[in-house]
Ligand binder design. Structure first.
Ligand SMILES: Cc1ncc(COP(=O)(O)O)c(C=O)c1O
Length: 388
C-alpha cells in the first residue's frame, strides 16, 4: 500500500514551516508568526453585514446542496463586479478551488503553464499533480513581469498564461502597458489568461492603478479569479469565484461547469453572506488599508536599514519579499536559524519558486500589529548583525 506519486507533488511551505515553529513553542520559546497571509489571525475581521447574513442564513432554507455553479443571486452580484452575465460566473470554495479547476481544464499531462517568478505555490502543485510542467517567466527588480521573457518561454506545450496581479509574494502591481503587452502575447499565441486578482482591492499606494485583465483583452478567454479571503478579510468563509470572459465558443464555460458539478456545491450559507459582501462593495476597507500601509512603511523603513537586507516596496497585498545578501547557506537554513535563534517565523523565497539559487529571499507578512512588527524588526536586525 502506498499513496500515489501525484499526491507527493503537493507542497505548501507556507504551512510546513509552522510545524517547526510549533516545536519551538513546545520547548517553551515564543514565536512571532510573520509567515501567513491570514488577516483574520491578526486585527482584521470581515465586515459585520457578511457575518450577520450568514447567521440569518443558518436559520434559513439553505440546508440542501446549492447549485453547483453557485447561488444565482451571488452569481448575479459578482457579474456586476465583473461586468459579465451571471452565466459566466462560477462560485468556488475559495480561489484555491478555482485554481484547481482552471488548471485541470487548461492542461493534460505533458502540457505546460506559464507562471510569474516568484509565484503563488498552489499553481505549481496543481500543475505537477496533473503531470504538467510549470514554466516561469521573469520579473524585474520591482517585480513587474517581463513580457519579452514571457514570449521566449512559450512553446508548443504551453496552454495558459497566469498573471498574479497584485502579486503574492511581492506586493507588486503590474502597470497598464505591461498588462496590455501580456494580453497581446496571449492573443498572438492563442493562450487563455488566468488573471489571479485576489488582492485587487488591497491596494496600499494611493496613486497606484489596478487594471483588470478582462478590461484589456478581447481576443482570448480571460479567467478572472477572486475571493472573499483577502478583499473582504474573510479567508475562513471559503467563498471565491472564477468569471470567464471572452469564451466565445463556450468550451471553457462548459468544462468549468463540469468541474463544478463533480463536487456538487459550495457551502450555501456562506454564499448568502457573500451576496452581502458584493452588494455592499469595498468602501469599508479604508481603515484596513491604513493599518496595512502603516505596517508596510515600518517594514520597508526598518528592513532597508538592516545591513544585508532589502525589500522592494510592496504597493499592494499583504507581503514583502525580502532579499538577503551575504548569508552563507540556503533560504531554508536562513529561515530555520532565524526561527531557532530569534523566534521569528518567515517563509523561504524558494517556497514561491524564486528559482535563482544565487539569490536568497524570504516573504514576510504585513499583517501583525505595529508593536509586533517593531519587535520582529529588532530581532531581525540583531540576527543579521550576527550572521553576515
Ligand atoms: C495569489 C493568491 N491566489 C489565490 C489564493 C487562494 O485564496 P483563497 O483563500 O480564496 O483560496 C491566495 C491565498 O493566499 C493567493 O495569495
Amino acid at each position: 500500500m502506498k499513496p500515489s506519486d501525484a499526491s507527493s507533488k503537493v507542497k505548501y511551505a507556507i504551512r510546513d514551516v509552522v510545524l517547526e515553529a510549533k516545536k519551538e513553542e513546545a520547548n517553551g520559546n515564543e514565536v512571532l508568526y510573520l509567515n501567513v497571509g491570514d488577516p483574520a489571525k491578526f486585527d482584521f475581521s470581515p465586515p459585520k453585514w457578511i457575518t450577520e447574513e450568514i447567521k440569518k442564513a443558518l436559520d434559513g432554507p439553505y440546508k440542501s446542496y446549492a447549485f453547483s455553479t453557485g447561488d444565482g443571486e451571488l452569481r448575479k452580484e459578482i457579474g456586476k463586479v465583473e461586468g459579465c452575465p451571471e452565466s459566466q460566473v462560477f462560485v468556488t470554495a475559495g480561489l484555491s478551488e478555482g485554481i484547481d479547476f482552471a488548471t485541470r481544464i487548461f492542461m493534460d499531462a505533458g502540457d505546460s503553464i506559464l507562471l510569474p517568478n516568484p509565484t503563488y505555490p498552489l499553481y505549481v502543485s496543481k500543475t505537477k499533480v496533473i503531470g504538467g510542467k510549470p514554466r516561469f517567466y521573469e520579473c524585474d527588480e520591482a517585480w513587474v513581469p517581463d513580457p519579452e521573457d514571457v514570449r521566449k518561454r512559450i512553446d508548443e506545450t504551453t496552454r495558459a498564461l497566469v498573471i498574479i496581479n497584485p502579486n503574492n509574494p511581492t506586493g507588486a502591481i503590474a502597470p497598464l502597458k505591461v498588462l496590455k503587452e501580456l494580453g497581446d502575447i496571449a492573443a498572438e499565441h492563442n493562450l487563455p489568461i488566468f488573471a489571479d486578482e485576489v488582492y485587487d482591492h488591497v491596494i496600499l499606494d494611493e496613486d497606484a492603478e489596478m487594471h483588470k485583465m478582462k478590461d484589456l483583452v478581447r481576443d482570448v478567454p480571460v479567467f478572472s479569479g477572486n475571493s472573499l479571503s483577502k478583499n473582504f478579510f474573510y479567508p475562513g468563509a471559503r467563498v471565491g469565484y472564477v468569471a470567464i470572459h471572452n469564451d466565445y465558443e463556450g468550451k471553457f464555460l462548459d468544462a468549468f461547469t463540469r468541474m463544478c458539478n463533480q463536487r456538487l456545491s459550495v457551502n450555501w450559507e456562506f454564499q448568502r453572506g457573500a451576496i452581502e459582501a458584493y452588494k455592499n462593495g469595498f468602501g469599508f476597507n479604508g481603515p484596513y488599508l491604513d493599518k496595512l500601509r502603516r505596517r508596510r512603511d515600518i517594514i520597508c523603513k526598518r528592513i532597508n536599514e538592516i545591513s544585508g537586507l532589502s525589500v522592494a516596496r510592496p504597493r499592494a497585498a499583504m507581503y514583502g519579499f525580502v532579499k538577503v545578501g551575504g548569508y552563507a547557506g540556503s533560504d531554508w537554513d536562513f529561515v530555520y536559524q532565524l526561527l531557532r535563534e530569534e523566534g521569528v517565523l518567515v517563509v523561504p523565497g524558494s517556497a514561491f519558486y524564486k528559482n535563482h539559487p544565487e539569490e536568497l529571499y524570504f516573504r514576510i507578512t504585513l499583517l501583525p500589529d505595529d508593536d509586533t512588527m517593531e519587535l520582529a524588526m529588532g530581532k531581525l536586525e540583531s540576527f543579521m548583525n550576527r550572521v553576515i
